[in-house]
Design a binder for this molecule. Structure first.
Ligand code: ADP
Ligand code: MG
Length: 619
């Protein structure tokens, strides 16, 4: 039996070798120059022959190959598979399969093998295997799979939405993030038109953008409101890109990346609000604020523009920093700019600055390093200190006035004594110059006047110790009038007192109240350089008050001055102290009274209301 099997095998081998020889002769070129490896195996799995391509990949020469058994060509874990297919081929089936082969130097090669049964005289005598090296193909496939997997991970997991549409805007693909961003599942939006999800007001913009993508074949950005499944709208930023057919250069589809920017917009809005607040803070700051870089002025607030005398802010922007700093201060300004540039804040420093009209003023300036439009810059604070300087000067002056007052008191005292002596001698002489009586009367009355003025001076210059006493307001006003009359007459002014009732008794510090009316009357006189009329009207006001109205026919005060009078040291006069009204207000308030001012171009009216003394006080 064995003998006969052997015999059959041998017979088949002979047939195979004949077949190979015969065919090799016929198809030599096809066999030798074939890119694929071709090798022939007998039904027992012994290699019979291989072409040059087989020699190449296996590393075995044909002679060496003829000594090989099939299993030696394949790694252990592939041998079974190879034999399985080989047996099927021996049974007459054409087989195609992938497997790995081990070459002579031990390297693994991926092959795709097609087994072709060789049949001679109706019996299978061997198998011809055509093997293609698919190592590179497999590597490329693997690469491709990796890329695809990466893309899948990307599209599935990034928060942005990927969407692919056809030229009509119908959605062909949408990434799973659709559900997260819009609430719709991918299935719900597929085949729908992407424009139908846009806010009506944004559709036109989107269509225009889309046309540009299709027409210009370019990438375009846009931002639109997109409706979510819940019916709300989110703001989204999109980047659309055409997919172009490399052969026809026609756009096939449009791919867009959609990003939800609602949160970002909210943050930006908050930031803008904050910025607005800061801008307002700076814009309406009582300090003048300017932002500069090198010699350029980049920003100035209203106070700053006013300080520099600009009507329009633009007028300032055309100026250089150097042009608003007095040349004497250029050197120091340069040094201080260096300090700020190095990142430090400077202290307030007194500069002389120049307004747009060329006038010079003194300002305190501080500089802080900052950023403006993302670039380093200097934040400059300027304070006009002209007023403060003036106040300091006036304080000094009022100190001087105080001294002058004391001096006046001293002089008044000194003059009074010799006056008493003169008066005495005058009386003696009067008897001896009969017939010249009227001269003496004049001298006497003038002397009385001198005495009165002196005593007023004395009273006024005494230190303020409040001494309340009951006083008849009419006689108080009359005595003030006497005091002020000379000055009034010199200025061509007439003072008229009108009192419709008697016994206007108040409780007051006589000297202080006199001071109030002297201040009021002096102001009135000073407001009438060309003369005029002052009327002082006294009357009952309600049942327990007295009203005093002082009217002048002077030049009056415009509203912006009227609102400021009574501020300490506020004056419009060259030699004014700006203290008169302030002191007067204070005194009236100390007497539980009120003082009001009205003024127009025709003159000024001052109303003083004081409480009347209680009846007991009169006893
Ligand atoms: P001064 O008389 O030293 O200026 P005052 O406090 O007495 O200070 O007055 C302040 C300012 O009020 C004056 O400079 C003047 O401009 C204005 N004023 C006061 N009274 C009158 C008045 N009767 N008519 C016009 N202006 C007046
Ligand atoms: Mg005054």
């Amino acid at each position: 039996m064995n003998g006969s099997v052997e015999a059959i095998k041998n017979e088949k081998k002979v047939l195979l070798l004949d077949y190979v020889d015969e065919n090799l002769g016929k198809y030599k070129t096809l066999f030798t120059s074939n890119q694929d490896s071709i090798f022939t195996v007998d039904i027992e799995g012994n290699l019979v022959q291989g072409n040059p391509a087989f020699e190449m990949i296996s590393g075995y020469s044909t002679e060496e190959a003829k000594q090989l058994k099939l299993q030696l060509l394949f790694p252990l874990d592939h041998v079974n598979k190879v034999f399985h297919h080989f047996h099927k081929a021996v049974l007459g089936q054409f087989e195609n399969f992938d497997c790995k082969m081990t070459n002579k130097s031990g390297q693994l090669i991926d092959l795709n093998i097609t087994n072709i049964p060789i049949s001679v005289n109706d019996q299978i005598v061997g198998v011809c295997a055509v093997a293609r090296d698919i190592t590179e193909l497999k590597r490329q496939k693997q690469e491709l799979r990796k890329v695809e997997e990466m893309q899948r991970i990307l599209t599935n997991n990034v928060l942005d939405l990927f969407i692919c549409t056809n030229l009509q805007g119908e959605i062909l693909y949408v990434s799973p993030s659709c559900e997260h961003i819009l609430g719709y599942t991918a299935e719900e939006v597929l085949q729908q038109n992407c424009f139908s999800f846009l806010h009506l007001d944004d559709t036109e913009k989107a269509v225009i953008n889309c046309k540009k993508v299709l027409g210009g074949m370019e990438n375009r950005r846009g931002s639109y409101r997109i409706r979510t499944k819940g019916g709300d709208y989110i703001w989204a930023e999109t980047l659309s890109k055409p997919i172009i057919d490399p052969d026809t250069r026609h756009v096939l589809e449009v791919v867009s990346v959609v990003r939800d920017i609602s949160e970002r917009l909210k943050v930006e809005e908050e930031q803008n609000k904050l910025e607005d607040t800061y801008r307002d803070l700076v814009e309406y700051s009582p300090d003048a604020v300017m932002i500069a870089r090198d010699n350029e002025i980049l920003f100035i607030n209203d106070t700053g523009a006013r300080l520099l005398g600009a009507i329009k802010k633009e007028d300032i922007f055309s100026k250089k920093i150097n042009e608003i700093i007095h040349p004497d201060y250029h050197e120091i300004a340069k040094e201080r700019i260096d300090i700020v540039t190095s990142g430090e804040v400077t202290n307030f420093f007194e500069y002389k600055l120049i307004r747009l009209d060329g006038t010079i003023f003194v300002a305190e300036v501080k500089e802080i390093p900052t950023f403006y439009q993302n670039e380093p810059a200097r934040h400059i604070i300027m304070r006009d200190i002209t007023e403060r300087k003036k106040t300091e000067e006036l304080l000094l002056n009022s100190e001087k006035l105080n001294v002058a007052g004391q001096l006046a008191a001293g002089i008044a005292h000194e003059v009074r004594n010799p006056l008493t002596a003169i008066k005495g001698f005058l009386q003696l002489m009067e008897t001896q110059f009969a017939g010249k009586q009227d001269y003496f009367e004049i001298i006497q009355s003038e002397m009385d006047r001198i005495e009165l003025i002196l005593s007023e001076l004395l009273v006024l210059s005494k230190p303020h110790e409040l001494k309340f006493e009951t006083v008849d307001l009419i006689s108080l006003i009359e005595s003030v009038k006497t005091l002020i009359d000379t000055q009034a007459i010199l200025n061509g002014i007439q003072i008229e007192t009108i009192h419709t009732c008697k016994n206007l008794i108040i409780k007051c510090d006589k000297n202080q109240l006199k001071q109030v009316f002297i201040n009021i009357l002096k102001n009135a006189i000073e407001a009438m350089p060309d003369g005029g009329l002052i009327t002082i009207e006294l009357k009952n006001y309600s049942f327990n008050k007295i009203k005093i109205l002082v009217k002048d026919t002077g030049k009056g005060m415009p509203p912006h001055i009227l609102t400021r009078i009574g501020e300490p040291f506020f004056t419009t006069k060259k030699d004014g102290t700006g203290l008169g009204i302030m002191i007067s207000k204070q005194i009236i308030e100390n007497h539980d009274g009120t003082i009001h001012f009205w003024s127009d171009k025709k003159g000024t009216m001052i109303e003083v209301i004081l409480p009347m003394a209680k009846r007991e006080a009169l006893k």
